[in-house]
Ligand binder design. Structure first.
Ligand SMILES: Nc1ncnc2c1ncn2[C@@H]1O[C@H](COP(=O)(O)OP(=O)(O)OP(=O)(O)O)[C@@H](O)[C@H]1O
Ligand code: NI
Length: 313
């Protein structure tokens, strides 16, 4: 099999914080994140708020805050992605569609901002690319001359998308690219992602919206309290929950609108400062045993997917 273009193994992220009396303490918020991304593939990353999706994106791009430190490996094209390499590749081979529209440069006109990301430096080609994207996403031509503060939320989202889609990069990391978009634009975006992926780009799509993810993704990584619990194939979600591997993924499956719509329970994922010693899903798991409480399960391969659970078959 071909090597993945991007691989994250056992990523851990901690923040040093100063508490009362200037005592330094380290808060470990991400413990065991793993993903693999292949060329031409869309990997959806799903998980509830706070599960570590954006931090994964920021770690890959090298834009974590200064008081953070990481463990584990991030491999790009077979080599460790060092901070130096991240800086070189950021905005070029690897682009981010950020979760917040505040990432737009407030001092640059929208059109110019998009053009910076285009490889071809011919002005005419650049204009054409921008015009085509604007037409597709129903953005008026005059918006090119706007500054970010003149954009509505939906327009700003579309501009961020255009910036990434115009870039011709190898990897697009899209952090919640679709909130606030109308149905038509949402479908347009999903279609474009698929098209860009089919032309060889690798896309990591972070989202809350499993149903949207399942429409276009090849694989789905399920995050929970800073750990990857499963990497499933999209087709595992089609028939019934038997093809999924982790008890949490199975519960998510049952909660989908197309299925039973059955909510799991009223508990939430543990907070970073209350992570258990063993499996992070322990307190909600119906099949846990003593061993699950004592030791973090390794991620392992079953049935062409990955799972972090000792009981999964
Ligand atoms: N600078 C920071 N200092 C301390 N903790 C942080 C910091 N940034 C993020 N965290 C914590 O790390 C965890 C993961 O955050 P992250 O932003 O990756 O979540 P997320 O999955 O992207 O959530 P959302 O769906 O809400 O965007 C959260 O518990 C968050 O509070
Ligand atoms: Ni986020």
């Amino acid at each position: 099999m071909k090597e993945p273009i991007l691989k994250v193994e056992n990523l851990g992220i901690s923040f040093s914080q100063y508490t009362k009396g200037l005592v330094r303490s380290d808060l470990n918020v991400i413990k065991n994140l793993d993903i693999e991304l292949n060329e031409g593939e869309i990997l959806a990353v799903v998980g509830s708020s706070g599960s570590g999706k954006s931090l994964l994106a920021h770690a890959i791009l090298g834009i974590l805050p200064d008081n953070s430190f990481t463990e584990g490996n991030i491999i790009y094209k077979g080599e460790e992605l060092t901070e130096e390499r991240k800086q070189k590749l950021r905005g070029d081979e690897i682009v981010l569609i950020p979760q917040s529209v505040n990432y737009l440069d407030p001092l640059k006109r929208v059109g110019k901002q998009i053009k910076i990301s285009i490889k071809d430096k011919d002005k005419k080609v650049q204009d054409e690319i921008v015009d085509n994207l604007f037409e597709k996403y129903n953005l008026d031509k005059k918006v090119k001359n706007y500054y970010p503060f003149q954009l509505s939320g939906g327009m700003a989202r579309k501009v961020l998308l255009c910036t990434a889609l115009a870039s011709n990069s190898k990897v697009i990391i899209a952090d919640e690219p679709t909130p606030g978009l109308d149905e038509e634009s949402l479908n347009e975006v999903l279609k474009d992602f698929r098209k860009v992926a089919d032309s060889g780009c690798a896309i990591l799509m972070i989202t809350h919206d499993i149903s949207a993810a399942l429409k276009i993704a090849d694989k789905v990584a399920i995050f929970y309290a800073g750990s990857t619990l499963e990497i499933a194939n999209t087709k595992d979600f089609v028939n019934n929950e038997q093809e999924l591997r982790h008890p949490y993924t199975k519960a998510l499956y049952k909660a989908l609108p197309d299925h039973d719509f059955k909510a799991m329970d009223d508990k939430t994922q543990p907070l970073p400062n209350e992570l258990p010693n063993g499996c992070v899903f322990c307190d909600r798991c119906k099949i846990k045993t003593k061993e699950c409480e004592e030791k973090v399960p390794e991620i392992r391969e079953i049935r062409n997917g990955k799972v972090r659970c000792i009981h999964a078959t």
